[in-house]
Ligand binder design. Structure first.
Ligand SMILES: Cc1cc2nc3c(=O)[nH]c(=O)nc-3n(C[C@H](O)[C@H](O)[C@H](O)COP(=O)(O)OP(=O)(O)OC[C@H]3O[C@@H](n4cnc5c(N)ncnc54)[C@H](O)[C@@H]3O)c2cc1C
Length: 504
């Protein structure tokens, strides 16, 4: 039986009417929600919990995206869970990731906790009762139901799953071919003999180009400006040697994770301290695939330092190889407008296309698009402050799992889970029912800064989302560093009695 059918079967008939109150409600059954549920179950087996998920099955991102070749852009040793060894190739396609998540949920008996096809619309906190009432829409019949919980753990990811971000270009309606966004890829799109133009040069474009090259007439990556890519051999000697030693799976997984983290730490350090040398190495790796005559400076040398956006790994340089074979190419130019037969570029030339893929990113959706009210008052997120990048001022008993953008997402999901677990134990020990982050007297004059420092990370969806998100400050616990190597020390040691958490 396939995974989706299994999930739906597990979910069948399971709604919230049978048990309307839970100690903890986890929103989202993607990689973060599954991780949260695992840790909660391990550390607080006495607490009842459920997971509510809008989609018909688990997996989140790995279910939503079905475009050709869909795969991770970081290694699965660190993108996978700390508690479930990953034994396959480092960069993995969505079906492998979904299979891994399915196994993890089965082993931990998590499937039965998820209510699929349930969307959180809004949440009301009642200070007297110290509980959230969640207003949830059941997608199967459109009915709205209320469920309550003491603690709300938002693991809903960061973007609108139903629709990707497509900029509006002049003349789009004149184009006679098909325009698709990778996030809503039509099952029946046949690219045979089609000229395909992919707009964008992020990880999605780098995945799509080699996946469709050779299967369509020609594939072009149209980019406004270049992106850094890191070709990486899938035939990893270190991994093979390790595998041949017949180590316990846990030991193998642990060594692989440590190695990846060490290598990434070194790349991050170099991206700040010696960006030119690092850039030259990346260019040399690209040159090895593309040959000596390729105009690398034009297409693959960005103006920003490496790692300011996620450095996309390309297994065996497959995108470069497709270019070298002549099945794909890159055009670095600005779009003037769409026309009937393709895209008119700034230099006046026409880039012909039958299919245009807008690999232009996401629409950021703070906290799953739900509205939050506390004692009847709406809480406006942009007026609030992030506490350790996990909790939010003004919102009691609520944690939010937002992972890392450079290091694998799940490395932070684990740290967040440990923090929440410790907080719940601390509340038990104090005998309190609620915790709310609040500024101390000395924090009140802090200059608000965007939730993620644009100097540090400037991906489009992050930049577009600044005005929608809570802010960060200039001192702990109000900073959101997005730095694994700092937070692996600071989060486990975070003081829960530093005056920034108000307990009742
Ligand atoms: C194509 C692609 C490739 C990526 N590759 C990597 C990678 O290699 N490494 C890496 O570290 N990161 C990668 N990322 C980032 C990736 O999104 C995260 O790492 C991770 O999958 C996010 O998991 P999540 O569970 O937090 O969120 P999601 O995967 O977004 O899952 C959230 C779930 O919550 C549900 N939900 C949202 N709102 C509501 C609501 N109101 N009510 C009910 N349910 C709701 C959604 O339906 C969804 O199933 C990639 C992202 C994309 C899009």
């Amino acid at each position: 039986m396939n995974i989706a059918a299994k999930s739906l079967e597990a979910a069948e008939g399971r709604s919230f009417e049978d048990a309307a109150h839970f100690d903890v409600m986890i929103v989202g059954a993607g990689i973060s929600g599954i991780d949260a549920a695992y840790h909660l179950q391990q550390d607080h087996p006495e607490r009842s919990f459920a997971m509510l998920e809008r989609q018909a099955t688990f997996g989140g991102t790995w279910r939503t995206h079905t475009y050709p070749g869909i795969r991770s852009d970081s290694d699965l040793h660190t993108f996978g869970f700390s508690w479930k060894p990953w034994k396959k190739k480092a960069i993995a396609e969505a079906p492998l990731i979904l299979d891994y998540l399915d196994q993890a949920m089965t082993e931990q008996d998590l499937h039965r906790h998820v209510r699929y096809g349930h969307e959180l619309l809004s949440a009301d906190w009642d200070s007297d009762a110290a509980r959230w009432t969640l207003h949830v829409r059941r997608l199967v019949d459109g009915r709205e139901i209320d469920v309550t919980c003491n603690f709300l753990w938002m693991c809903q990811g960061y973007y609108e799953h139903r629709e990707g971000y497509t900029p509006q270009w002049e003349g789009m309606e004149d184009f006679e071919g098909t325009i698709v966004h990778p996030q809503t890829w039509p099952d029946d799109l046949d690219l045979t003999d089609k000229t395909v133009v992919v707009i964008g040069s992020g990880a999605t474009a780098a995945t799509l180009i080699p996946a469709v090259a050779g299967k369509c007439r020609h594939a072009t990556m149209l980019q406004r400006s270049p992106t850094w890519f890191a070709p990486r051999p899938t035939n990893d000697e270190f991994q093979q040697t390790l595998a041949s030693l017949e180590l316990d799976d846990d030991v193998y997984h642990d060594i692989m994770r440590r190695r990846v983290l060490k290598m990434q730490q070194e790349i991050v350090r170099r991206s700040f301290e010696e960006p030119e040398a690092l850039g030259e190495e990346l260019l040399a790796a690209a040159r090895a695939h593309l040959g000596p005559d390729y105009p690398l400076e034009r297409d693959f040398k960005p103006s920003y330092r490496p790692w300011r956006q996620r450095l996309a790994l390309i297994p065996d340089g497959d995108m470069f190889q497709a270019i070298r074979r002549g099945e794909a190419s890159v055009v670095t130019a600005k779009i003037k407008r769409f026309e009937a037969k393709g895209i008119r570029l700034d230099d006046g030339s026409l880039l012909e296309a039958d299919v245009i893929v807008t690999a232009t990113g996401f629409n950021l959706l703070p906290l799953g698009g739900a509205e939050f009210r506390v004692d009847g008052e709406t809480v406006r997120l942009p007026e609030q402050w992030l506490h350790n990048g996990i909790m939010i001022t003004g919102l009691p008993n609520l944690a939010w799992t937002f992972g890392y953008l450079r290091t694998s997402w799940t490395m932070r999901a684990d740290l967040v889970a440990a923090f929440v677990s410790r907080l719940l134990s601390h509340m038990d020990a104090k005998g309190v029912r609620s915790v709310t982050p609040a500024l101390r007297e000395e924090d009140r004059q802090m200059e608000p800064r965007p939730w993620i420092d644009p100097e540090n990370f400037n991906a489009g969806y992050i930049m577009r989302g600044h005005a929608l998100m809570p802010r960060q400050g200039d001192r702990g616990p109000w900073v959101n560093t997005q730095n694994y190597y700092e937070e692996r020390e600071s989060l486990p040691a975070a003081d829960l009695e530093d005056g920034t958490l108000v307990y009742r």
